[in-house]
Design a protein around this ligand. Structure first.
Ligand code: CP
Length: 309
């Protein structure tokens, strides 16, 4: 694996290796003994993905370059390729990129001699989010085969839905979608059910935010969307005892999920965020090993004291 771009590229074995590596890193993780720079190029807003990449890189001992878009030469019209090539030329050993174009990476992966991680591509893919979602499910159940996972919300504009549906299908889970009219994605061949069927059927309910920034919006009033298509308190009570709630966040409380449910017993939303750090550490080391920039036999392990995340 030279780059981390799409869940379509990942074999079952590669996914399990990353999940197991992330779990190991929670207890013990390497700290690189030589200088390596990670450039984080976020052309779209981010809190979780950017912050957890920064934490992951720092835990591994990397130097972090955090391009501030509003004060960078992107404002003078510099292209994504030229920005990425510039970072590589001045010493970045790894590029972590989020960009609004669905396939921004096409122009970069064959031309740049460093590993590239897709931290979100328009409404295309969000593979590192998918891996942390998989880790959260795996921690809960220990398997994927036969699990009923329902992805609920604005499927059409969601990179999280695409990455997860592909990966969960590869791993043997049974994937369903539930969406309000207009939010279906006919390019993805998974069956649609209603939110009321979803809550009763699912082992995992993966909720999505309405991606207002990717469409005209204004189609639904928050309150009526919540009542018709969201996880209300009444619907949550119909879920099976063991079923869990995931959401990539940011959450629109009172729209796709009742505010009271964001931190309820079956919610794993903040657990997902914590898992994101270790998953991203595992993805970074996997790529750096592949490129010969890191060898775990030559790197001292650093123990994490009990009680410290
Ligand atoms: N889940 C996710 O990608 O969140 P951010 O947009 O805050 O990074």
């Amino acid at each position: 694996m030279k780059h981390f771009i799409s869940t379509k590229d990942l074999t079952t074995n590669e996914m399990f290796t990353i999940l197991e590596q992330a779990e190991q890193y929670r207890r013990h993780h390497p700290k690189f003994q030589h200088q390596l720079f990670a450039a984080n190029l976020f052309f779209e807003a981010s809190t979780r993905t950017k912050m957890s990449f920064l934490v992951a890189e720092k835990k591994l001992g990397m130097e972090t370059l955090d391009l501030q878009m509003e004060s960078s030469s992107v404002t003078k019209g510099e292209s994504l390729y030229d920005t990425a090539k510039t970072c590589e030329s001045i010493g970045a050993n790894l590029l972590v990129i989020r960009h609004q174009v669905d396939d921004w990476y096409q122009d970069l992966v064959e031309r740049l001699p460093v590993p590239i991680i897709n931290a979100g591509a328009g409404k295309g893919e969000h593979p590192t989010q998918c891996m942390l979602d998989l880790l959260t499910i795996y921690q809960e159940y220990g398997y994927f085969n036969g699990l009923k996972v329902v992805i609920v919300g604005d499927i059409k504009h969601s990179r999280v839905a695409r990455s997860n549906a592909q990966a969960l299908h590869t791993l043997g889970a049974t994937v369903f979608f539930a969406a309000a009219p207009g939010f279906e994605d006919t390019t993805l061949e998974f069956p649609y059910i209603t939110i009321d069927e979803a809550v009763e059927k699912c082992d995992v309910l993966m909720l999505l935010r309405i991606q207002h920034e990717r469409h005209d919006g204004g189609q639904y009033e928050s309150e009526s969307y919540h009542e018709k298509y969201g996880l209300t308190i009444e619907r949550e009570q119909k879920m099976q005892d063991h079923a869990i709630i995931l959401h990539p966040a940011p959450v629109n409380r009172g729209v796709e999920i009742a505010s009271e449910l964001v931190e309820c017993n079956r919610s794993r939303i903040f657990k997902q965020m914590n898992n994101g750090v270790y998953i991203r550490m595992a993805i970074i080391t996997t790529l750096l090993k592949e490129w010969g920039m890191y060898d775990d036999n030559l790197t001292k392990k650093r123990n994490t004291p009990n009680g410290i995340k």
